[in-house]
Design a protein around this ligand. Structure first.
Ligand SMILES: *Cc1c(COP(=O)(O)O)cnc(C)c1O
Length: 293
């Protein structure tokens, strides 16, 4: 697969200069048109493990607008791997789903009720039963399973490598949190003088405090902020949408309302409210999620 090294550069936005805070961005969004951002990092060791497993098919999960499914489908196509996507909810058509199909990913839509059980011990049997009912008898043993969002131990080994590409001094590293696997990776490599800020995109008070540790991260020097979820996952507001458009037109950097929009909105708001001290350096990780389908 062809990846470009993510750029690390200083950025400026209206009102930041007068606060005397230096802001940097790591452009993980530009490494590949479809396998980008943290989904690229999370797949690296999962694909290695798949190759070594001797299994035939990668099976993974996601919603109908899943950046993770896009990355898995594109990576499978490039490597000639077989892949199956289990999609939450009723069958729909949208540019994401069309892209997954064009990449050759086999898709199965399952009800939200069944999908909710995906992390239960008996789930392989439940899914096999459901797929048989849908006319697709499968042998679950053929599958190499990657969890929703790609977030497992192998993923965290990949996300910690984000730190290798932050090539300048920084006091803070800020990232959006969906499952917490990206923040967990970053947390393993923080220097004692550095702090990481996770902006929760979910309305889930206290969720990440236990998730970061469960995923093998280190909660020391981590701050989780739950003030910018805008009502919950995929929820939004006119102010957030305006911010994304403004940010794009001023900086030329595209952000979206699910993850990076909330992250940049939060950091902008924190800067303007003097959360950071004069002279401090803040690095924002652009985790991708913007596609030209
Ligand atoms: C998946 C995703 C996230 C969330 O990352 P986690 O490691 O699950 O916390 C953040 N930003 C973008 C663009 C994503 O696609």
């Amino acid at each position: 697969m062809n990846f470009t090294k993510p750029k690390y550069e200083e950025i400026n936005y209206t009102g930041w200069e007068k606060k005397n805070v230096k802001v940097f961005i790591l452009r993980e969004d530009l490494v590949h048109p479809y396998i980008n951002g943290n989904k690229w990092r999370k797949l690296k060791y999962n694909l290695r493990d798949f190759r070594q497993s001797g299994k035939k098919v990668i099976l993974t999960y996601g919603g109908a607008f899943s950046n993770h499914l896009v990355a898995v489908a594109a990576a499978s196509k490039e490597n000639s791997f077989q892949s199956t996507g289990i999609v939450r909810g009723e069958e729909v058509r949208n540019p994401y789903i069309n892209f997954l199909r064009e990449c050759g990913m086999e898709l199965h839509f399952i009800s939200r009720t069944i999908y909710r059980k995906k992390n239960d011990a008996g789930f392989p049997e439940i899914l096999s039963e459901e797929l048989k009912l849908q006319g697709y008898p499968v042998n679950y043993n053929d599958y190499f399973i990657i969890p929703e969002g790609g977030s497992n131990a192998a993923a965290v080994s990949g996300t910690e490598e984000i730190m290798d590409d932050i090539t300048g001094d920084t006091d803070y590293i800020a990232v959006a949190c969906g499952t917490g696997a990206t923040l967990a990776g970053i947390s393993r490599r923080l220097k004692h003088t550095q702090k990481a800020i996770g902006i929760s995109v979910l309305k889930a008070e206290n969720y990440f405090e236990t998730e970061i540790s469960r995923l093998g991260g280190n909660m020391e020097n981590i701050i989780i902020n739950y003030d910018y979820h805008f009502g919950g996952y995929a929820k939004s507001s006119p102010a957030l949408i305006d911010f994304c458009e403004n940010f794009n037109s001023i900086t030329g950097i595209k952000i979206e309302k699910i993850y990076t929009g909330k992250l940049f909105f939060a950091i902008d708001d924190l800067i303007k409210n003097d959360y950071f001290k004069k002279g401090e350096r803040v690095t924002i990780i652009h985790t991708g999620g913007v596609f030209n389908f």
